[in-house]
Design a protein around this ligand. Structure first.
Ligand code: ADP
Ligand code: 5GP
Length: 207
């Protein structure tokens, strides 16, 4: 019926499990393309350039902005993060659902530029569990963890701008829900006008 790709934005507080969830979604289903962002932050142990992020200098990032090579970008806890334009356009053109795992300022810019995008906020099961996951991941110093927790308080004020929330308690269940939301989005009349008009024409011709 409707084969156009949807631009999906997934946000959530640091440590909620967005990265883990995206990995599972891509393992379980094959119509998704996950955009790889560009960032000026340093790689965490195990992160590879071009896989988790394109790790670049501030100068290279600013050059990319000047070339209009990013669909959106934002500054988050002292570093730039942005979505390269070419991949998003290419994959949407191929009919893939393109996922941007980005923070809230970027998410709102996407909604403005692409009103048809679907914004999903991943919630932790509780505040203490969020902190436990962030500390348990063991990739940041306590100072950075505190900054990310304060940023979470600010971000929590913007959740109403999203179209859906999902709670990442049980990972399997959350992955399934996320997939179901995206499937439902494909069934709105607005995303199926070609098919609706075809049926309208057939009805008119038949009379
Ligand atoms: P984010 O990308 O949102 O910052 P991560 O995917 O890195 O978060 O997850 C943060 C930590 O929480 C990781 O140690 C991860 O293994 C753990 N985690 C993710 N999802 C769950 C879950 N559903 N239940 C328990 N722990 C989880
Ligand atoms: P992290 O440093 O934990 O990988 O990411 C920090 C925050 O930046 C997360 O909220 C993540 O979703 C967000 N982020 C990652 N890539 C992008 C991007 O391209 N644009 C924007 N606006 N945010 C991003």
């Amino acid at each position: 019926m409707n084969q156009k790709g949807i631009l999906i934005v997934v946000s959530g507080f640091a440590g909620t499990g967005k990265g883990t969830l995206m990995k599972r979604l891509l393992q379980d289903y094959d119509n998704y393309a996950l955009s790889v962002s560009m960032t000026t932050r340093s790689p965490r142990p195990g992160e590879r350039d071009g896989i988790e992020y394109f790790f670049v200098t501030k100068e290279a990032f600013e050059e990319k902005i000047a070339q209009d090579g990013l669909v959106e970008y934002a500054c988050y806890v002292g570093n730039y993060y942005g979505t390269p334009r070419a991949y998003v356009e290419e994959k949407l053109g191929e009919g893939k659902d393109v996922i941007l795992e980005i923070e809230i300022q970027g998410a709102l810019k996407i909604k403005e530029k692409f009103p048809d995008s679907v914004l999903i906020f991943v919630m932790p099961p509780s505040g203490p569990e969020l902190k436990a996951r962030l500390v348990g991941r063991g990739t940041e110093t306590m100072d950075v963890i505190e900054k990310r927790m304060s940023r979470a308080i600010e971000e929590s004020q913007g959740i109403e701008h999203y179209d859906y929330i999902v709670v990442n308690d049980d990972l399997d269940e959350c992955t399934q829900r996320l997939h179901n939301i995206i499937c439902s989005a494909h069934s709105t009349p607005g995303r199926n006008m070609e098919f609706i008009n075809k049926i309208r024409n057939e009805l008119t011709q038949g009379n």
